[in-house]
Structure formats: structure tokens, C-alpha cells
Design a protein around this ligand. Sequence first.
Ligand code: G3P
Length: 217
Amino acid sequence: MKFFIDTANLTQIKEAQTLGILDGVTTNPSLMAKERITGTENIKNHYKAICDIIEGDVSAEVIGTTYEEMIKEGEELAALHPQIVVKLPMIKDGVKACKYFSDNGIRTNITLVFSAGQALLAAKAGATYVSPFIGRLDDISTDGLHLISEIRKVYDNYNFQTEILAASVRHTMHINNCAKIGADVMTGPLSAIEGLLKHPLTDIGLEKFLADYKKGN
Ligand code: G3P
């Protein structure tokens, strides 16, 4: 299972990178705004800065909503760095743009996916990644993890190569459950990733080992 961090915060990306388990970064316009990165050139430079920190894929989202806008923007984003994956919304023109990019060797991430049917379309269009938002489904009392299971089944039925990127991951149990279901990738906050480290018996056990060592030395 690949681990992506879902942030545009360079400090957090560096922190996750030092753990040695980071496979990529996802961003979106809201995450960029949260870091106060505004203006096309600043945003592009920020993507390049992220690519300089990590070795894996970096999803960069288009703002345009027409096919023509998405192609222009996506080509500009892809030209920034070989690690860039063009992130496109799950709308009709986004699917068309996805097909164009996959036919032209540019990798894509279809975002804002909330149903297995949408994920099927993304795979048919040749998406590299599909991003079902599990936390936002949970927010409206719908089981986000169930959607991951459905997409896993659909993709396995037909051997689609599109990777299931569980997005809108909010906490550590989401990661555990996505791994059990067989999501190919999860993207979440640093807090959810670091949550995997925690177990009280680990802390108690380590404390005892160190205390016993001191007794004998
Ligand atoms: O990767 C998508 C993600 O950024 C959405 O997360 O927490 O805003 O639903 P959230």
C-alpha cells in the first residue's frame, strides 16, 4: 500500500519524508489556500518545491472546468516536473481530459469520486489514480469504506490498472481499514500516519526494558 500525505505544508511533507515511508503527495486548491499559496506562478513554484522534497508522485489539480482549459492547464502542470500527476475533477470534461492525457502519456488522478460508477468511468478513461473521498461520505452518514470495497471489486472484475487512492482519509482507523480492503494508496494527514505508531503497550514495554537495563548497569 502506498502512503501519500494530503497537504501542501512543506514542513509536514519533510516530516513525513524523514519517516522513510512516504510515496507521494496530494494537494488540492483548498490545501494550497490553507498554506496561503496564491497566484498561478506561486502555486507552480510550490509544486516544484514539493517535488524537490520527495521522490514520488505529486498530484497537482487543475482549476479549469472545460475540456480546453483542463488540457492547457494539465499540460503546463505536467511540464513542471516528471513527478507531477494531473488531478482532474470527476465531471464530463474531466473524463474527456483524462482520456486525452492517458493517450498522451500524462498521468492523471480523478478526484471528487463518490460512487463506483464514477470510478468505473475514470478507469475506462485510463486514469492512473482514482480518488474516492471516504471522510466526506462518512460526514453525510454514508459508509466511505464501503465505496472502497465496491471499487476494489469492480476493478478486480476487469483487471483495471487504475490505482484506488483512498482520499479524504481523516484518521488512523481509515488507514487500517483501507489496507484491509486493498486500497492501492491512501492519502491522509500526518496525524493519521503518525497514529499508526501508537500503542500503549509499546510505550510501557519500552519503559520497562530501559528500566531493567539500568538496573543491571
Ligand atoms: O484528498 C482529498 C482530500 O484533500 C479531501 O479531504 O478532509 O477535505 O475531506 P477532506
